[in-house]
Design a protein around this ligand. Structure first.
Ligand SMILES: NC(=O)c1ccc[n+]([C@@H]2O[C@H](COP(=O)([O-])OP(=O)(O)OC[C@H]3O[C@@H](n4cnc5c(N)ncnc54)[C@H](O)[C@@H]3O)[C@@H](O)[C@H]2O)c1
Length: 381
């Protein structure tokens, strides 16, 4: 593939364009809003200059990158594209109209892809005359820094196209994983308990935000605790992902959103971007200190990790992805210190199952039901 089109020059589109051009592609960026187009181009070129200062690239290389990019509002510039990745607003109708327009312009061989986080690949593909050349290519934010890319064939995608696309993404230096077209793909599905169980523990009054965060960083080696991470992502965005996954799973109680997060979102306590979320980020504000109680911390960490492992087993059980890809996704899509399935082996599957069974027995709630695959693997031994 030589020519890559990117539609939408927002957060994701411009990042994907940067990745593609740095991998020697000719890149055409299409954006509906001229002001955004110019601003994004300006910011990207500034990023290139910074990368030269940091000696990541030479000024000659950056000159080639700039030369290899076209920024335009005209879709017809995509005529010779080999691959087009759409990264516009998350709205099915608008995505449909974009792909209909694209099919009239690009060649029959051009691969079409969406960077959607929450819509199904099947739903987007229904607007296409030829859905066999369409699939999901899901980058993580910020695309130039996050190594993971989820490659998602839809029910009608040609398997050769899936394979070729995955191989192409691998040549871009990314960790490409193959995922079934299911809600949340791998990362946004398996990571839900990191937030949901932390919120539940808080709501039950077991510990405060700072203590739960401390438990996960201290015992688990996670870079950020759940509340710090939710404040970083934004409570509006994180809540919406949870709600979308919950609805898409036909209201499976495992994914039930939390009132605490909903109220924070409603109150405008979105996190860092509004200066206040679970924590106060205003100048001079002090972060609360955790209760560094080892026994409590270990209980919190074990409970959240067991729930995460259960979810990783479910993704494997339901053939969402291979064992290796589930672990790769969590390590490179959300920077978990270890793959969850490898972590489970390290702890011992019997121990994880016992933790979940205890929670299931204590609460009698479906969210704690141990995954059948985990049970099978324990009983088989
Ligand atoms: N932001 C994230 O963390 C993230 C991560 C992974 C995937 N995604 C997905 O990537 C996509 C883009 O998200 P984003 O955060 O970059 O959004 P964004 O709002 O930052 O950017 C979208 C851009 O698309 C432009 N646009 C809208 N309609 C257009 C059209 N018809 N033609 C050309 N340009 C058009 C908008 O003007 C805007 O600049 C969404 O599908 C989202 O679900 C987002």
């Amino acid at each position: 593939m030589k020519v890559v089109g990117v539609i939408g020059a927002g957060t994701m589109g411009i990042g994907i364009a940067q990745v593609a051009v740095q991998n020697n592609k000719q890149v055409i960026v299409i954006e509906a809003n001229e002001e955004v187009l110019n601003k994004s181009k300006h910011n990207l070129f500034k990023t290139f200059e910074k990368l030269v200062e940091k000696e990541k690239f030479t000024s000659e290389q950056v000159a080639i990158f700039k030369e290899a990019m076209i920024f335009t509002t005209d879709y017809h510039s995509l005529k010779n594209a080999d691959l087009v990745i759409e990264a516009i607003v998350e709205n099915l109708e608008i995505k449909h109209s974009v792909f209909k327009k694209l099919e009239e312009i690009v060649s029959n061989e051009c691969i079409l892809a969406s960077n959607t986080s929450s819509l199904s690949i099947a739903a987007i593909s229904s607007a296409l005359k030829n859905p066999s050349r369409f699939l999901g290519i899901h980058f993580f934010n910020p695309a130039p820094l996050m190594a993971l890319v989820e490659v998602i064939p839809g029910v009608q995608t040609n398997s050769e196209i899936t394979e070729n696309t995955k191989n192409e993404i691998l040549t871009w230096g990314k960790k490409a994983v193959l995922v079934k077209d299911t809600p949340g793909f791998i990362v946004n599905r398996v990571a839900r308990p990191f937030y949901g169980e932390a919120l539940r523990i808080y709501e039950e009054g077991i510990a405060d935000f700072a203590t739960i965060d401390w438990a996960m960083t201290h015992f688990g080696g996670f870079r950020m605790g759940p509340f710090t991470l939710m404040d970083y992502i934004g409570n509006d965005i994180n809540y919406t992902v949870t709600e979308t996954v919950f609805e898409a799973f036909y209201y499976d109680p495992r994914f039930k959103p939390s009132f605490t997060q909903k109220r924070h979102k409603e109150a405008g306590l979105l996190g860092r971007k509004t200066g206040k979320g679970y924590y106060d980020y205003s100048d001079g504000a002090l972060l609360p200190k955790p209760t560094e109680d080892e026994k409590l911390g270990k209980y919190i960490f074990d409970r959240i990790l067991a729930m995460l492992i259960n979810e990783a087993f479910d993704a494997l059980f339901m053939k969402v992805a291979s064992r290796e890809d589930v672990d790769t996704a969590m390590k490179f899509g959300v920077n978990y210190p270890k793959g969850l399935l490898a972590w489970a082996d390290e702890i011992g599957l019997e121990k994880v199952l016992l933790q979940l069974s205890d929670l299931f027995e204590e609460y009698g709630e479906d969210r704690y039901r141990p995954n059948p695959l985990l049970k099978r693997m324990v009983y088989k031994n």
